[in-house]
Design a protein. Structure first.
Length: 684
């Protein structure tokens, strides 16, 4: 008789999942189904907590009256704060940036507890009246499911990343009943790239999750579109660019206001972190009591600016709102959302951006209709376009915005103005936010830069001075082009540094400059190098203490093959050159460093008990370790802890005894789970 041991069967299953296409498809399907079920449970949880807060409590305690809208958000905020602070701080806020960071920097690894805490915290936050969306939480829940499954099956980091994207796609698909938009969202925002190896599995997961949602809630889109939208007159195409700019400004205002509110609450040192969401809930309730007095807009049961606000969005799409009401809702929703999230609540930014966009589009449409009543689209068309444009302005995801609106309407006629609007909005908002989005800005403020692509980020850990070439060819500005031609041929160089009479940097001359000169000048012996070289004032340069990621970005902006490295103290002193081969060397150096840190962490995880955790903490200015060397902080940290790495000014550093810890440094520490809170108090 043959006996099969459990470990043998487990290893066979793990090999099947990790090496075969059928196994990959099965896992993606499981992630999609799991995310769909998670989304269904999450929505029922929101309904339950909303019923408790705004049906059961008013009936049971009628003497509370309108104070219910203050007490319920406050109690909800207190519960959310305690849950997040004690169990999973990753569940704080809107969730998507944490998923992006996990995919880009941590091999897609997300702690399993995040899905549970995020589900409950966000459901309580939304159900108690928090002005946030359910999309971000569902994305984080789905991503956590994918990550947990991948880790349990011991899959590679690359496969876990794909499963995280599968979960994110399933979250959007289940929320909006929009499987295509789910796929695009996962690839455009979470993964940051479109590739065949990601696409097929993400599609499977998105479709599976959407099917689960349809089985429970029916084949109904997130928003009921009452009419078919289209173009009434070609003159309307002159209105949409104006709406684009307004949406870009609104999106930028939303992003800036949100992080201003986060900083405001974060810098409030006299109040415990777990108590701040309750204070946000009290302020939110106060706003709900105040705005009927200020605006004359009344509510029954639950204020219109509470919760996700889909019913108000549908009123805007149906053309049921008047100008003053829409304008008031716009700014009240903005204030309500930044109070909820800024204070530490849990929920998404997707729905608030759609809400504000719908209000902006309504205000714009009603204003234009007063001037041009005969050439304006049906009521709600501009609200729909405003939704996509404002989300695009905040998230910088134009493809997702176009696809999700197309899936919601099923009408091709709205696509042309939609594409025009989101493209203009993207360009304007990217300029105003310097390439950052509402998702990436949260990470860049912690020193994690994903805005220029995931592959560039690894180069942020290498300085220019570490890999620059000190050996480069030079020529005098007064030399002639004949000598330049000889030098280029002898050295096989494509570019030469040009020095002035004092030996300072004058500029750079390339083979292309010489070719152009040959066609323009008849006598190369009489033509000076200085006549054809690119002068110092027109050069893109870099400094020795900048990162290679910054240098590469500048080179890519003009397609340059080299970048001079100059002294900050003396702009005329050239210290070296950065060429393409230096970039390759920097990439290998960065990979080596990252591998060292990853190997160190994994070795420690293998050697230690399960109770140990890897935590990432930002050093505040008032921290007990700010301004101290690593050798000096050993007595301050818990005994069972180890400082693994430091990120300073976006650059990864392996800590040594002499390394100085400064405010805004981002520390990676392995610590006994029982000492996590003690460690946070020391560093934060």
């Amino acid at each position: 008789m043959c006996y099969l041991d459990g470990n043998y069967m487990k290893n066979k299953f793990e090999k099947f999942y990790s090496t075969s296409n059928a196994g990959s498809i099965l896992i993606a399907l499981l992630v999609g189904l799991g995310t769909g079920i998670g989304a269904v449970i999450f929505r029922y949880l929101i309904t339950f907590f909303e019923f408790v807060g705004y049906s059961w409590i008013p009936i049971t305690f009628p003497f509370l009256g309108n104070l219910t809208v203050v007490i319920v958000p406050a109690v909800g905020g207190l519960i959310v704060g305690l849950m997040i602070y004690n169990f999973a701080q990753e569940a704080k806020g809107h969730g998507v940036p944490e998923v992006m960071e996990a995919v880009a920097l941590h091999g897609g690894k997300i702690r399993p507890v995040v899905a549970l805490v995020k589900s409950l915290a966000s459901a309580i936050s939304i159900g108690s009246g928090g002005s946030v969306g359910r999309e971000g939480p569902i994305v984080q829940i789905g991503s956590s499911i994918g990550s947990t499954l991948g880790q349990k099956l011991h899959l590679s980091d690359e496969k876990i990343r794909i499963l995280v994207a599968c979960g994110a796609a399933g979250g959007i698909a289940a929320t909006f009943n929009a499987p295509i938009a789910g796929v695009i969202f996962a690839l455009e925002i979470i993964v940051g790239e479109f590739s065949v190896r990601h696409f097929s599995l993400v599609v499977i997961s998105s479709v599976a999750s959407s099917i689960v949602g349809q089985a429970v809630f029916g084949d109904i889109p997130a928003f009921l579109i009452p009419v078919e939208y289209g173009i009434t007159s070609l003159w309307e195409f002159s209105f949409y660019p104006v709406l684009s700019v307004l949406a870009a400004l609104l999106g930028v205002l939303f992003v800036k206001s949100l992080y201003w509110a986060e900083d405001l609450f974060s810098n409030w040192k006299g109040v415990p972190e777990w108590l701040k969401p309750m204070i946000g809930g009290i302020l939110l309730g106060g706003l709900a009591l105040l705005y009927p007095i200020l605006t004359g807009i009344h509510w029954e049961g639950q204020p219109q600016i509470f919760n996700v606000g889909y019913d108000v969005i549908e009123d805007a799409l149906a053309g049921n709102l008047v100008l003053g009401v829409a304008l008031a809702f716009l700014f009240m929703k903005l204030l309500a959302t930044i109070l909820t999230l800024g204070s530490g609540g849990s929920g998404g930014v997707f729905a608030p951006s759609l809400f504000m966009g719908a209000m902006l589009g309504t205000v714009f449409e009603l204003g234009v209709r007063k001037i041009f009543p005969s050439i304006i689209a049906p009521p709600g068309a501009y609200a729909l376009i405003g939704m996509a444009a404002t989300f695009t302005a905040a998230a910088h995801a134009p493809i997702t915005a176009v696809i999700i609106l197309f899936e919601l309407t099923g009408d091709y006629r709205i696509i042309l103005p939609l594409m025009l609007t989101v493209v203009i909005t993207t360009i304007v908002s990217q300029q105003l936010l310097k390439g950052e989005s509402i998702y990436t800005l949260k990470l860049s403020r912690r020193g994690v830069h994903l805005s220029r692509g995931r592959d560039v980020d690894i180069l942020e850990g290498v300085l220019v001075k570490e890999v620059m070439s000190h050996d480069f060819n030079v020529i005098s500005m007064n030399d002639n082009l004949s000598n330049l031609s000889i030098l280029l041929n002898q050295t096989s160089s494509h570019g030469v540094v040009v020095l002035d009479e004092g030996g300072k940097l004058f500029g750079i001359v390339t083979v292309s400059d010489l070719r152009n000169a040959i066609s323009s000048y008849s006598n190369l012996d009489e033509t000076k190098v200085k006549d054809v070289a690119t002068k110092r004032a027109d050069l893109l340069i870099t400094y020795p203490n900048e990162t290679i990621g910054q240098a590469l970005y500048r080179m890519g902006s003009r397609g340059l093959g080299r970048l001079p490295v100059i002294s900050r103290d003396d702009p005329g002193q050239i210290l070296g050159l950065i060429r393409r081969q230096n970039i390759i060397r920097a990439y290998h150096l960065a990979l080596t460093r990252r591998s060292e840190i990853t190997h160190k962490i994994k070795q420690l995880e293998l050697e230690m008990e399960d109770n140990f955790e890897v935590v990432h903490l930002l050093v505040n200015e008032e921290s007990a370790i700010a301004g101290k060397k690593v050798s000096e902080i050993a007595r301050l940290l818990p005994e069972d802890s180890l400082l693994v790495s430091i990120k300073q000014d976006g650059r990864g550093v392996i800590p040594h005894g002499s390394t100085l810890i400064s405010p805004n440094d981002y520390l990676t520490i392995i610590v006994n789970g029982d000492d996590v809170e003690n460690l946070k108090e020391i560093i934060i």
